[in-house]
Design a protein around this ligand. Structure first.
Ligand code: SF4
Length: 127
């Protein structure tokens, strides 16, 4: 696989697991392929990041100096939903969050999107 892109942590938000937007993919194949095959620091699934316990989780989890790729709902929603948590952690949401909308995608399509975005990050890093 390509060179590791340091400092990108990968989270999938699965929208409770009941959202019809994720029925085309196998979420376990997806997350396992991302964390094993792609150059991220780690990858895991959270059930619902925009619920109150998701806020508490982000408060404990986010830290400065790392970028977070979150695969879930639309980027515009993610910027709104996670802005406070990123600010609290000393992060800049437009710079430190890489939001991906993977709803309605197959496993293959979602893995390809993550790979493409990671490549773009790598290019930015060496610009
Ligand atoms: S953050 Fe987005 S993907 Fe996650 S539960 Fe909320 S609406 Fe769904």
């Amino acid at each position: 696989m390509s060179e590791k892109i340091k400092d990108v942590g990968f989270l999938m938000c699965v929208c409770t697991g009941k959202c019809p937007g994720f029925t085309k993919m196998d979420i376990w194949d997806f997350i396992n392929r991302v964390r094993i095959e792609l150059p991220v620091e780690y990858g895991f699934i959270h059930p619902q990041l925009c619920e109150e316990d998701g806020d508490r989780f982000l408060d404990e989890f986010l830290r400065p100096g790392r970028k977070y790729m979150i695969a879930g709902c639309a980027p515009n929603m993610q910027y709104k939903l996670f802005r406070d948590a990123f600010e609290k952690a000393g992060l800049t949401i437009k710079k430190d969050l890489i939001p991906l909308d993977i709803r309605e995608m197959t496993t293959e399509e979602a893995v390809t999107l993550v790979e493409k975005k990671l490549e773009e990050e790598k290019e930015k890093k060496y610009e």
